[in-house]
Design a protein around this ligand. Structure first.
Ligand code: CU
Length: 396
C-alpha cells in the first residue's frame, strides 16, 4: 500500500508537470501576439511629412508630442541637363537630387511608403541613418516596379542624418543620386534662426563623351575661358555653345571612375552651378542662417567652408547631443554624414560655399549666399569696393 501511494505521488507529479507545460504552450501564442501588439503601439497622432527639395527646408515642428509621420518616397530615373550641353540620367527619390528633406521629431515613428517607377525592374530601397535596426530599414523597404512596401521606424536619437538607397551594388545607387537628409529634431526643437538651407555635396562619375576627353573631365576649362572675353564666368560656355548647336550629350555612368575616385563633377545639389545665378541663396544683413549640409559621397570627405564667414555653431557630424563647436572656419563632413552650421550675417556681400579641397571647385562644389544690406564699416572697411575677380569662382 505504501509503495502504491508512492507510485501514485510520482505519476501525479509527472501529470501535473505535463499539464503545466501544456498550459504554457497553449498560452504562448497569445503572449507573443500581446508582445507584438505592444511593439506596434504607435502614437495616436498622425500626420503627413512636409517634404521639400533643395535648397528649401520644411518648417520647424511645433507639436509637443510624438506622432506617426507618413513619408512617401518613389524611386525613379530622371534625365537632367547637369551642365549646359551635358545630360545625365540620375536615379532619384521623388525626382530630385538630393531627395526630399524630411523633418521629424525625436520619438516620432516614421511610416515609410516606398514605391518605384524604375521601368528597368531594378530594385531600390532606403537605408535611413536615423533608423535603429538591420540595414537602417533597407531590407524591409526593397521594391521593384509595381510593388509598395510600408515600414515603421521609431526615431531614437536626434540628429541630422543621410538616407540613401542601399540596393546592390550600393555604390552605384548612391553615385547615381539616391540620397537625401532626414532631420530628427530634439524634443525642445532647434534654436530659432531666420533662414535655413538644404545643401548636399556629391560626386558624379561619368565617362567623358567621345572627343571631349580632357576638357570635359575637368568640367571647367579656365584657360579656354580666359582666351575669349565675354565667356560666362562659370558655365564654361564652350560646352554650352556646343550644346546649343546640337542635342545635349547624354553622359554615361562609369563604375570604374567611381572605383578610381575620379569624378567628373563634385556638386552642391543637382546641377553644376545650381547655387549661382537664379539659384543663389539669399539672406539679409543681421540675420542668422543655418545650413543643413549633407555629404552623400560616395567617396570624398568634404572640407566644408563658407568664404568670408566663421561658423558660430557647428553641430559636428550632425550630432545634436554634444554641445556644438564654436568659431569654426572649415569643418569635415564624412561621406555618408552631415553637419549643421549656424552663423550670423554681420556684413553684406557675396559669401561662397565651397569644399575647401579647392580644386573641386572647378568640378562644381561651389555656391553663393548673397547678403543684402547696408555696409558695416565697423567690421569690413576699405577705400575701395570689393571688386569682382574676373574668371574667379570663389570671389564673385
Ligand atoms: Cu536604388
Amino acid at each position: 500500500m505504501g509503495m502504491l501511494k508512492k507510485n501514485w505521488d510520482v505519476s501525479g507529479f509527472i501529470w501535473g508537470g505535463m499539464l503545466l507545460i501544456g498550459i504554457i504552450l497553449l498560452s504562448y501564442p497569445s503572449y507573443a501576439a500581446e508582445k507584438k501588439s505592444a511593439m506596434v503601439k504607435f502614437p495616436s497622432l498622425r500626420e503627413d511629412a512636409v517634404l521639400t527639395f533643395a535648397p528649401e527646408v520644411p518648417p520647424p515642428i511645433t507639436r509637443k508630442q510624438p506622432a506617426v509621420v507618413k513619408i512617401t518616397l518613389n524611386s525613379q530615373r530622371d534625365i537632367v541637363e547637369i551642365k549646359p550641353g551635358l545630360k545625365y540620367e540620375y536615379w532619384t527619390f521623388n525626382g530630385h537630387v538630393p531627395g526630399p528633406f524630411i523633418r521629424v521629431r525625436l520619438g516620432d515613428t516614421i511610416e515609410v511608403h516606398h514605391t518605384t517607377s524604375d521601368a528597368t525592374g531594378m530594385p531600390h530601397n532606403i537605408d535611413f541613418h536615423s533608423v535603429t535596426g538591420p540595414g537602417g530599414g533597407a531590407p524591409v523597404t526593397t521594391v521593384v516596379k509595381g510593388e509598395e512596401r510600408i515600414a515603421w521606424f521609431k526615431m531614437l536619437i536626434p540628429g541630422l542624418y543621410i538616407y540613401h538607397c542601399a540596393a546592390p551594388p550600393v555604390m552605384d545607387h548612391i553615385a547615381n543620386g539616391m540620397y537625401g537628409l532626414i532631420l530628427v529634431e530634439p524634443e525642445k526643437g532647434l534654436p530659432k534662426v531666420d533662414r535655413e538651407f538644404y545643401v548636399v555635396q556629391h560626386e558624379v562619375y561619368a565617362k567623358s563623351p567621345a572627343g571631349e576627353v580632357k576638357k570635359e573631365e575637368t568640367g571647367h576649362d579656365m584657360a579656354a575661358m580666359k582666351e575669349e572675353e565675354g565667356k560666362d564666368a562659370y558655365w564654361g560656355e564652350e560646352v554650352g555653345e556646343a550644346g546649343a548647336a546640337q542635342e545635349p550629350v547624354l553622359l554615361e555612368y562609369s563604375h570604374q571612375n567611381g572605383l578610381d575616385e575620379h569624378p567628373m563633377f563634385v556638386l552642391f545639389n543637382e546641377k553644376y552651378g545650381e547655387l549661382m545665378g537664379e539659384g543663389t541663396l539669399k539672406a539679409k544683413r543681421g540675420e542668422k542662417v543655418r545650413i543643413y549640409f549633407g555629404n552623400a559621397g560616395p567617396n570624398y570627405i568634404s572640407s566644408f567652408h563658407v568664404i568670408g564667414e566663421i561658423f558660430d555653431n557647428v553641430y559636428r557630424e550632425g550630432d545634436f547631443i554634444s554641445p556644438p563647436a564654436h568659431g569654426v572656419q572649415t569643418t569635415l563632413v564624412p561621406a555618408g554624414g552631415s553637419t549643421m552650421v549656424e552663423f550670423g550675417l554681420e556684413v553684406p556681400g557675396t559669401f561662397t560655399l565651397v569644399d575647401h579641397a579647392i580644386f573641386r571647385v572647378e568640378k562644381g562644389s561651389v555656391g553663393y549666399l548673397e547678403v543684402e544690406g547696408e555696409p558695416n564699416h565697423g567690421v569690413y572697411v576699405s577705400d575701395q569696393d570689393a571688386s569682382l575677380c574676373e574668371g574667379c569662382l570663389v570671389h564673385p
